[in-house]
Write a protein that binds this ligand. Structure first.
Ligand code: ME8
Length: 662
């Protein structure tokens, strides 16, 4: 039997984002970069896992939830769902989404703390913190002066004294410096690496890693007066998502992470605390941490607290997902700060996408349609190819060698510059060769020349399409189809791409404009209007929603219904949830796995009565916690009037476990 070829793995992450406000272009940027790298690596034959998620604990979330009049978990559920919906709308391929309020995550954090304590005894100890504290940012502040302003938000700080668990970061200084020295790729870009080294050389202080003043967090193992404070909780999510403490095989396969992508403001936590936490637990640190710069909006960092954010949806809806991706990756040199402006966005769209790539594709394909009935012509033998064609071929071959290197070294703007220089070169080639006038000629030689020119342009288009695919996947997939190419572009392997592979005689597909030109003022205005509507639902919308609610339950489409994944399950075990009269914790076999579900049926069903019973389970609900117990699905029951007594739904016939309801 032939052995399956194992692909090398590539595991990359974005930060897990706070849920105290909705996602904006800043968060979208990191996630788009991750998706671009993931697509590039897949085209290099890697088995890629991309992880993102939401950071849901802490006082800020508690405070935002209170302001919204809901429980912190409900608040977190709403924002986490906004993130998930956004990544879906933008077609970002998320392999693992980790929420820090999931039970599996709590288990992972406890395990990592325990592993550090047993592998490096004394690395975690109990002590007291006394000093200034910013309630708003949940920060211990270095300045000892009473009322010293918080370095982050400027608000006055308070004096506190509390018992904390500490991590002995001071003991890791030499090992960290040695690690930076031995692994120059560990912190990128270079300037950031130097900053971190200087910081660590300056000496490290131990780190407070628990709080007693905070309630909304993961309880300290075996001491629930404390909750684990921010970074032990947040950073461990990178491990949770690949099965740490849960699925040994998966964990062993994917760890260490190949790349953590982050914004520069959280570099210290990732490049100093994180490797130290891992060293303490005897786990290898990630291979690379890349800290990128900030998107500035009107000269200031785009951030929710400043209120100067841009939402990604209006851009994607007005100009398309690829326009958003292209702009973010082309306009900002990865690693440096960049200025966001709607005018610059629309200018780039018109110049690079509509006039550049869009025009190149439609012009080339239209000529093939017109002059060769939609069949890619045959280029004539080497001897008939002119000097110009040969130079051109050499130019493309140079790009083929260099552009993947730019992706490899995260130089996205340079990769795109080179691809667009190639597009400009084809444009020049076509202007000099003017195929349109050759087409009118009766002379055979000129007609033959026309074949070579159009084959050359189409071949360059094919190559541009493959090279630009990681950044603009949707447009390039369309052009690929228009060029009549087989299979999906995403499945093409970059190292097999060569000049000359375009087969003459291929019938091109239906052509349509990929990036239609837009009127600048109109597009900017549409983006702005949509932005405002999304930020505060307009009066008209609120009225409309109220009105439709008054007309009774609204109808949903069959597609909406199809989103609910219901399966036949069989109860394996059931027990009461301590302190909750109505709840049963149930383990239910849903065919491909056994799920833990919490159901509000304990007043009607005894645990022993339902073991073995077949039930209907909604399996694609977001996990949530009920009374601290994680529920991964919902058991369907009728709610019987007058008091809503639950009656479990089931079948008269015997139905195999795992069958889907439709
Ligand atoms: O820091 N420009 O979450 P967060 C570029 N939960 N990138 C930006 C940006 C901007 N203006 N604004 C945000 C947290 N980002 C923690 C992380 S990780 C274990 C825990 C991106 O919601 C950038 O990646 O504040 C930044 O690091 C991240 O969002 C911060 O997201």
């Amino acid at each position: 039997m032939e052995k399956p070829i194992l692909k090398p793995k590539y595991f990359l992450t974005t930060p897990i984002y706070y849920v105290n406000a909705r996602p904006h272009v800043g968060h979208t940027y990191t996630t788009i970069v991750a998706d671009t790298i993931a697509r590039y690596k897949r085209m290099r034959g890697y088995d890629v896992v991309m992880l993102t998620g939401t950071d849901e604990h802490g006082q800020k979330v508690e405070r935002s939830a209170k302001a919204a009049g809901v429980a912190p978990q409900q608040f977190a559920d709403t924002i986490a769902a906004q993130y998930q919906r956004l990544w879906e709308e933008l077609d970002l391929h998320v392999d693992r989404f980790v929420r820090t309020t999931e039970l599996r995550h709590e288990r992972a954090v406890h395990r990592l703390v325990g592993q550090a304590q047993s592998h490096t005894p004394g690395c975690i100890y109990k002590g007291h913190y006394e000093g200034q504290y910013c309630v708003f940012d949940e920060l211990y502040v270095d300045d000892p002066a009473p009322n010293a302003p918080c370095p982050d938000c400027g608000r006055p700080t308070e004096r506190i004294r509390e018992e904390n668990y500490f991590f002995r970061l001071s003991a890791f200084q030499d090992r960290l410096l040695e690690h930076y020295e031995k692994h120059p790729q560990f912190i990128q870009p270079e300037t950031r690496r130097n900053e971190v080294i200087a910081f660590v050389r300056g000496g490290l202080r131990d780190l407070s890693i628990s709080r007693t003043t905070l309630k909304w967090g993961i309880p300290w193992p075996e001491d629930d007066r404390h909750v684990i404070y921010v970074w032990y909780d947040a950073l461990t999510s990178y491990m949770t998502g690949i099965g740490y403490g849960d699925d040994e095989l998966q964990w062993e396969h994917y760890w260490p992470a190949d790349l953590h992508l982050i914004g520069k403001e959280i570099l210290r936590f990732h490049a100093v605390y994180w490797p130290a936490f891992l060293m303490a637990a005897d786990e290898p640190p990630p291979k690379t941490i890349f800290a990128h710069g900030w998107w500035l909006f009107e000269q200031e960092k785009m951030s929710k607290s400043r209120g100067n954010i841009q939402l990604p949806q209006p851009i994607a809806r007005v100009l398309g997902i690829d326009a958003l991706r292209y702009f973010l990756l082309r306009e900002m040199v990865f690693g440096q700060d960049g200025n966001f402006s709607r005018e610059a966005l629309v200018n780039r769209y018109n110049s690079d996408l509509a006039n550049g790539l869009g025009n190149f594709a439609s012009r080339t394909l239209a000529m093939i349609e017109r002059y060769f009935g939609g069949e890619i012509p045959t280029p004539l033998g080497e001897e008939k190819i002119s000097n110009r064609d040969i130079t051109f071929k050499g130019f493309v071959e140079g790009d083929l060698a260099e552009i993947p290197d730019f992706y490899e070294s995260y130089q996205f703007s340079r990769a795109l510059e080179r691809i667009w220089a190639l597009i400009a070169e084809v444009d020049k080639y076509l202007v000099i060769q003017h195929p349109w006038s050759l087409a009118e000629s009766e002379v055979t030689a000129e007609n033959e020349r026309l074949q070579t020119i159009l084959w050359t342009a189409a071949e360059a288009l094919r190559i541009v399409t493959v090279l630009a695919h990681p950044v603009i996947p949707h447009a390039t997939e369309k052009i690929w189809q228009q060029l009549g190419q087989n299979g999906k572009l995403a499945d093409q392997q970059l190292d097999q791409l060569q000049w000359g592979q375009l087969r003459p005689g291929t019938r091109i597909g239906k052509t349509e404009a990929i990036f239609p030109r837009v009127d600048k003022d109109e597009a900017v205005e549409r983006i702005e209007t949509m932005e405002q509507e999304m930020r505060q639902p307009s009066a008209a919308k609120t009225v409309a929603t109220t009105a439709s609610a008054a007309q009774g339950p609204s109808r949903i489409s069959i597609e909406d219904f199809a989103k609910v994944d219901m399966r036949v399950g069989q109860v394996k075990s059931a027990e009461r949830v301590a302190g909750a009269d109505k709840l049963l914790k149930i383990l239910v076999d849903v065919g491909d796995e056994v799920r833990q579900v919490v159901a509000g049926i304990a007043e009607v069903y005894k645990p022993e009565d339902i073991v073995g019973r077949k039930v209907i389970v909604v399996v694609n609900l977001q996990p949530r916690k009920l009374r601290g117990v994680e529920s991964n699905g919902m058991i369907v029951a009728a709610s019987v009037p007058p008091d809503g007594k639950p009656v479990l739904a089931g079948f008269l016939e015997d139905v195999p476990v795992g069958s889907r309801l439709k």
